[in-house]
Design a protein around this ligand. Structure first.
Ligand code: PLP
Length: 392
């Protein structure tokens, strides 16, 4: 079968590839430690499960409006008002099948063939592929490690052309865990306003910040930026609800209406029961403070253990649940010509699965997720250290 051009250029997810290889080794009886996970290792809280059960028993199992049930949209609007001092009406919010599908739908309604979206590197794996699937062109701009993997306004401006439609800002970031300050966002926002570039602000890790830093949404900074921004968020990471697939977008009415229309012909609606579960997440409880506390402890632990490995440097993340150490020196000293080879050998010899930075556009780094037990993290760090020492 001759498949469509658009899928022929689609890159498979590097995160999933390493997970599959780790699984295969595990099935062969090997003691594999996986640090590839992109989801909390916590269960969805009981009160959310109860709300879903109740919704099912009440017969809330039918089609819903394409953009989400009114109660959930109202709860999302309340969340924006309380957490971000942002005011959205129901027709400025669309509930989607996970934040991933909010982004997918957004690029579909925004982009015509050849239009450009600026994607700062390192990036979350799906941004470039989604832009390409919509006929757009991802323009990669390196956010330098020396600048904590954050894009400067000059770097952003230099990448803007007549074809630029949007820029993606992800703070806190996957894979780096870095956050932009209010001043940095303000400066980036000014460039976007000057050149009329839409801001896609992916705030999915908003609730997972371990420093005293406060999450700031770029849309909060002025009325002009509010009108220039589409916020993407969801309950997957904040409430340990990855499998429920509830995310949302909020922004200008015209964009949200187009996204809702597109959803009506693709998903019809996000799963009805999952919408009521998300409603309970927002109405009945805050974020998972216990989960956040545990993540904060693990971050400290793994960060210190990593710095103890020869040839490894790491910028300390502020949020999300990943570390993105630079292992170039360690890999070179061990005789590997690339970090990809280092990662493959690490899995083969020490049975530790990490994601190579190349999948995120950064060839010198690896991504480690600490959404796994403390014991596993300690053992993984020990094995990585042994591996590096053995090869040097
Ligand atoms: N954005 C970023 C930066 C992510 O890391 C993820 C999930 O890994 C998503 C969006 C998608 O989240 P969801 O599970 O709600 O689709």
């Amino acid at each position: 079968m001759n498949l469509a051009k658009r899928v022929k250029t689609l890159s498979p997810s590097s995160t999933l590839a390493i997970t599959a290889k780790a699984k295969e080794l595990k099935q062969q009886g090997h003691d594999v430690i996986g640090l590839g996970a992109g989801e909390p290792d916590f269960n969805t809280p009981q009160y959310i499960l109860d709300a879903a059960t109740e919704a099912m028993n009440e017969g809330k199992t039918k089609y819903t409006p394409s953009g989400g049930v009114p109660e959930l949209k109202k709860a999302i609007a309340k969340k924006f008002a309380e957490d971000n001092q942002l005011h959205y009406t129901a027709d400025q919010i669309v509930v989607t099948t996970g934040a991933k599908h909010a982004l997918y739908t957004l690029f579909q309604v925004l982009l015509d063939e050849g239009e450009e979206v600026i994607v700062p590197t390192p990036y979350w794996v799906s941004y470039p592929e989604q832009v390409k699937l919509a006929g757009g062109t991802p323009i990669f701009v390196t956010a330098r490690e020396e600048n904590q993997f954050k894009l400067t306004p000059q770097e952003l401006e230099a990448a803007i052309t007549k074809k630029t439609k949007a820029v993606v800002i992800n703070s806190p970031s996957n894979p780096t865990g870095m956050m932009y300050s209010k001043e940095e966002l303000q400066a980036l926002g000014e460039v976007c306003l000057k050149h009329d570039v839409l801001i896609v602000s992916d705030e999915i890790y908003e609730k997972l910040i371990y420093t005293g830093d406060e999450h700031v949404s770029i849309a909060q900074l002025s009325n002009a930026l509010y009108q220039q921004t589409v916020i993407i968020n969801g309950v997957s990471k904040s409430h340990a609800m990855t499998g429920w697939r509830i995310g949302y977008a909020a922004g200008p009415k015209e964009i949200i209406k187009a996204m809702t229309n597109l959803a009506s012909h693709s998903t019809s609606n996000p799963t009805s029961v999952a919408q009521y579960a998300a409603l309970a997440a927002y109405e009945q409880g805050g974020e998972l403070s216990e989960m956040k506390k545990v993540f904060a402890e693990r971050l400290e632990l793994l960060y210190d253990l990593l710095l103890d490995i020869p040839g490894v440097t790491c910028i300390k993340p502020k949020g999300a649940f990943y570390l993105f150490p630079n292992v170039k020196e360690a890999a070179t000293k061990c005789g590997f010509s690339s970090v990809d080879d280092f990662v493959a050998a690490l899995l083969e010899e020490e049975k530790v699965a990490v994601v190579p930075g190349s999948g995120f556009g950064s060839n010198d780094n690896i991504r480690l997720s600490y959404a796994t037990s403390t014991e596993a993290l300690q053992e993984a760090a020990k094995r990585i250290k042994d591996f590096v020492i053995k090869h040097q």
